[in-house]
Write a protein that binds this ligand. Structure first.
Ligand code: SAH
Ligand code: F3S
Length: 470
């Protein structure tokens, strides 16, 4: 035993402020970092400037996302300098995918950073902190460790609201030629089924009524079972649906070529599985999809969507799009527009292609000029916004069950999610926080709906609304 491991664990209450960028998995990771730090006396603090430990939980997916970290670090440096030598110095940590991708480079660009750790090593935060306390100037831990992070993490702590995230799969082996995820999150890995069910029960016990299953390729899930078998995502969803008190299940993000019959039939048979699916397509041109190393054509995508909609006619779709991938011509882009018009989406994320160092596409010829990308993005977003508003408009006059999980900006107002992931506002007393309430939609805006409560008792499976995207 070293002298440091004999140090009392909780000397005083300290605060940690974790700022997450990027995807939902970072939000989940941040809450698990909180669980790891709690036994060391760290409590979550809202104020970044006064926190003892600040963790920037970063995103590396596009250049802009990565650059945000350095501007935030610049601001933090001033606070750290101000507190230097006082009895509450600031420890600055950079976690997440920028940390994984850049490692030591972060210390060169921002030498006042104390800790750099990747998405697969945050269970070792106590050890990193002890190493710092022992006088080491800075700690970098961006290995892909042999041990399973999830085995080392303590139980999930408190649930923030009625909707919780649960990571079931991590990493990606698809190597889309534009994407850093396979390099920052590592190889595809599925958590065994038992600990996933255990964590889900724990979350429900702590107040979660909705769980969103997370994975970079969540539908590639193939979790071991104790009897040596394997569960698909569809099977896992069926088992989760049996948990008393778990009313809603969602999953994100899916890969089109890996949508299987099991998952499709879960959409037909499991009422707890919400009729909303985020299914990134990226582009409509088969030439571009091939250059992206996507393992589906636009026809395959349309086919998967058709099978899903046969199983669940109410299914509302969301997607990701990249415009201006190297070599994308006007005619290629037109095929993206055609796909959008054919399929119909109720919401979507769309981005200009951002070259990422170390990915094959960054070195491809025919990079598309910025001006062309901007024009294509504007055209695409116009159509996607139009479809989103059309769907929202179509919901006016409909009744739907909404899970109210946060207070609204105005007093006496709550905000929740419809089955189709729309944000829904309603004048409701706080007592309804965490409840599923049937409401009537009375107004549609581009990004939200407003509603009035219905007096009849709430149900969880009453979402008979046809997807209506013109
Ligand atoms: N399956 C993943 C998706 C990865 S990133 C997950 O959700 O975890 C999310 C989206 O970012 C992608 O679907 C893609 O549309 C976009 N994206 C990824 N790399 C990009 C790049 N280099 N430039 C622009 N957009 C990118
Ligand atoms: Fe990225 Fe493609 Fe995997 S977008 S996360 S490499 S499926």
């Amino acid at each position: 035993m070293t002298a440091h491991s004999e140090m009392p664990k909780t000397e005083k209450t300290k605060t940690v402020h974790i700022k997450s960028y990027g995807c939902q998995m970072n939000v989940y990771d941040a809450s698990r970092m909180g669980d790891v730090l709690a036994p060391l006396g760290y409590q979550a603090g809202d104020d970044m400037a006064s926190a003892d430990l600040v963790i920037l939980n970063t995103c590396h997916i596009r250049e802009k996302a990565a650059e945000k970290v350095y501007s935030e670090l610049g601001r933090l440096r001033m606070e750290k300098d101000r507190r230097a030598g006082s009895d509450n110095p600031m420890v600055i940590a950079v976690g997440g995918c920028v940390a994984q991708a850049e490692g030591e480079e972060i210390l060169r660009r921002a030498p006042y950073v104390d800790m750099v750790f990747g998405p697969q090593t945050y269970h070792r935060l106590p050890l990193m902190l002890r190493t710092l306390e022992s006088g080491k100037r800075a700690v970098v831990d961006t290995e892909f460790p042999a041990e399973d992070k999830f085995d080392q993490l303590p139980d999930a702590g408190k649930v923030d609201g009625a909707s919780a995230f649960l990571t079931v799969q991590e990493g990606c082996d698809k190597f889309c030629t534009f994407c850093v995820v396979p390099y920052t999150r590592g190889a595809e890995f599925s958590r065994p089924a038992d600990p996933v069910l255990r964590e889900a029960r724990l979350l429900v016990g702590k107040g979660a009524r909705e769980i969103t299953l997370l994975g970079q390729n969540v539908n590639a899930y193939h979790g071991e079972t104790p009897d040596g078998g394997e569960w698909t995502l569809g099977r896992l969803i069926r088992e989760l649906a049996d948990i008393d008190g778990l009313d809603r299940i969602r999953y994100i993000t899916s890969y089109p070529a890996e949508v299987d019959e099991d998952l499709i039939s879960a959409h037909r048979d499991v009422p707890e599985l919400m009729p909303f699916l985020h299914l990134p397509v990226q582009a409509g041109s088969d030439k571009v999809l091939k250059a992206m190393n996507r393992r589906h054509t636009s026809g395959d995508y349309a086919d998967v969507v058709r099978r899903l909609r046969d199983a669940q006619p109410d299914l509302a779709l969301s997607s990701d799009f990249i415009v201006g991938f190297p070599g994308e011509t006007d005619a290629d882009f037109e095929q993206t527009m055609a796909l959008v018009r054919d399929i119909g989406f109720v919401q979507a994320y769309s981005f200009k292609y951002s070259p990422r160092q170390g990915t094959p596409a960054a070195d491809m010829d025919e990079q598309v000029p910025e001006k062309v990308m901007s024009a294509r993005l504007a055209e695409l977003q116009d159509e996607l916004n139009r479809q989103q508003l059309a769907f929202n408009d179509h919901c006016v006059g409909q009744t739907m069950p909404v899970l109210f999980d946060r207070p609204g900006v105005r007093d006496g107002q709550l905000v929740g999610r419809s089955p189709f992931m729309q944000a829904v506002h309603c004048e409701l007393p706080n007592a309804h926080l965490g409840e599923i309430v049937d409401v009537m939609i009375d107004k549609a805006k581009p990004n939200s709906l407003s509603s009035v409560p219905l007096v009849k008792p709430s149900t969880t499976d009453d979402h008979n609304i046809r997807g209506a995207v013109a």
